[in-house]
Design a binder for this molecule. Structure first.
Ligand SMILES: NC(=O)c1ccc[n+]([C@@H]2O[C@H](COP(=O)([O-])OP(=O)(O)OC[C@H]3O[C@@H](n4cnc5c(N)ncnc54)[C@H](O)[C@@H]3O)[C@@H](O)[C@H]2O)c1
Length: 481
């Protein structure tokens, strides 16, 4: 490792002390722009993963993105497309795919030792750590899902989920997810930040044997139990149901467990050096993202089953990803073109004095259209230094965020209709803290007009209300976006 970036001075000091040979900087842009850097690991707060990874890929770097790989399938496939177009390694930080125990389970299932699987139960529970920028699904479920897809080597057909937001009423902190894989196989996942004990346990129930994977156990990580229910021979269960418990041996295999994170990092380096597709490559990242996105949709609909027919039962993942990529629209805009079209709309929004130099601000880009959203966020990051940006699709997501994130600036696409924009601004203003946002629109490539539309100016002076003319709130140096 030769460079590390973190806007938080305490974290920079920590890295400097631990690794004196590493150059430590505040802005990730410095790492991304450095010609000496071949590969970048993005281990920042989840909502920043996409933008950091996208910028790094666009600068020609190989990228390892911590989980969650992205926070929407559109983001995940966009990253995958840039990587594949430019022959770059793109890897998801699905650490457990590098755990000896998980590889062992995959082998056992592959050899059919458990028989036909009936269900898998996965528990990932603890008290905290609460995150404000993503819910518990995005935080914890990537582990369960990446393990499941890796060991089962198949995609689920549907997902159903329910969730509760107990502590912070806008962030789901407990979720139950059921995946239906067809052929009578289901997986049940519970993820929680609200449980008294730390539990990391998966149970695989097969008709021949059962397997328990307890990642918290130092000596018995895996137990294979020769247990089951057997119907007495010659009995038709429909007539008279006689059964017996089978209580056989318990096998506790020795697992040669190197530190999974270490193995993961070595694998990333090897893939970069040899141009290999990583075990947890973009396809794994995109598949896990797609399932979580669908699970969120299910939570919002009160637990209805959401079809995952996009997978079309296809395996291997790479084939599915290739197919998905060809269906996506091509990239339509480049940030460098935006410079020509845009002045400094963000400065305009803060009034004649603009923003204070060196101060960091928070911006929220709101747009249902993925390419416009990404474009606006990129343009802001590239040409309006000092903004930490989150992107949201619409009002629902904005309201999940706005209380905790408290944006200084709300960015909309210029292409939005004025009436729709005014409605949107109105709704945002009514949310707690919503009246603090200034509003701006970032123009699209080829538009050629000033980026800040007149109705945005109106919204700024009118909407800023009691805060008109005053400075936006100061952000702490440790951002949580
Ligand atoms: N694979 C795993 O098992 C695993 C375990 C823990 C965390 N994670 C993931 O790693 C990521 C970081 O988690 P964490 O617990 O360390 O979070 P954290 O909030 O403690 O640390 C994130 C760091 O990123 C810095 N940061 C924020 N914006 C940045 C930017 N634009 N450029 C550079 N640095 C920036 C912050 O200042 C902070 O120091 C998360 O995405 C999390 O999901 C993965």
């Amino acid at each position: 490792m030769v460079m590390a970036a973190d806007p938080d001075i305490e974290r920079r000091r920590y890295v400097e002390n631990m690794y004196p040979t590493v150059t430590v900087v505040a802005e990730s842009e410095e790492v991304i722009a450095s010609p000496d850097i071949d590969a970048i690991v993005v281990a920042t707060p989840a909502r920043t993963h996409f933008h950091q990874a996208r910028r790094a890929l666009k600068a020609g770097k190989h990228v390892l993105v911590e989980k969650p790989f992205a926070t929407s399938l559109a983001e995940a496939t966009e990253l995958a497309r840039i990587a594949s177009t430019n022959n770059l390694v793109l890897m998801a930080g699905h650490t457990f795919q590098y755990a000896g125990a998980v590889t062992y389970i995959r082998d056992i299932i592959g050899k059919g030792e458990l028989g036909d699987l009936t269900y898998v139960r996965s528990l990932r529970l603890n008290l905290g750590q609460f995150r404000t920028n993503i819910n518990v699904l995005w935080d914890l479920a990537p582990h369960d899902l990446s393990i499941l897809l890796y060991v089962l080597e198949r995609f689920p057909k549907t997902v159903q989920a329910t969730g509760r937001a107990r502590v912070n009423h806008s962030v789901v902190d407990v979720a139950n997810v059921t995946l239906d894989f067809g052929d009578q196989l289901a997986a049940h996942i519970i993820v929680s930040w609200l449980d008294p004990q730390k539990v990391r346990k998966m149970t695989f129930v097969g008709d021949r044997k059962m397997l328990v994977y307890d990642n918290m156990s130092p000596s018995k990580k895996i137990q294979i139990l020769d247990k089951g229910i057997e119907i007495a021979p010659g009995h038709d269960p429909a007539e008279s149901f006689e059964y017996a418990h089978r209580q056989g041996d318990i096998l506790i295999p020795t697992i040669h467990e190197a530190e999974p994170l270490y193995v993961e990092c070595e694998h990333f380096i090897e893939c970069c050096q040899l141009g290999k597709i990583p075990r947890s490559g973009a396809a794994s990242g995109a598949a896990v993202t797609a399932i979580i996105e669908a699970a969120q949709q299910s939570i919002r609909s009160g637990g209805k089953a959401v079809s995952l027919d996009m997978f079309d039962g296809a395996a291997p993942f790479e084939d599915w990803l290739d197919k998905t990529l060809t269906m996506l629209p091509g990239a339509t805009s480049t940030v460098s073109d935006a410079r020509a079209a845009n002045g400094s709309p963000a400065n305009d929004a803060f009034g004649e004095h603009g923003r204070e130099p060196g101060q960091r601000y928070k911006a929220m880009v709101i747009d249902p259209d993925e390419s416009r959203r990404v474009f606006a966020a990129d343009a802001l990051i590239a040409f309006e230094p000092g903004f930490d940006v989150v992107t949201v699709r619409g009002l629902d997501e904005a309201s999940e965020w706005i209380e905790t994130f408290v944006p200084d600036l709300l960015v909309m696409s210029e292409n939005i209709e004025q009436s729709a924009a005014e409605e949107l601004i109105d709704s945002v203003r009514k949310m707690p803290n919503g009246d603090r946002c200034r509003v701006v629109s970032v123009g699209r490539v080829g538009n050629g007009e000033a980026a800040t539309a007149p109705w945005c100016h109106a919204a700024v002076s009118e909407g800023a209300g009691s805060q008109s003319g005053s400075r936006p709130s100061r952000m702490s140096s440790h951002t949580e976006n």
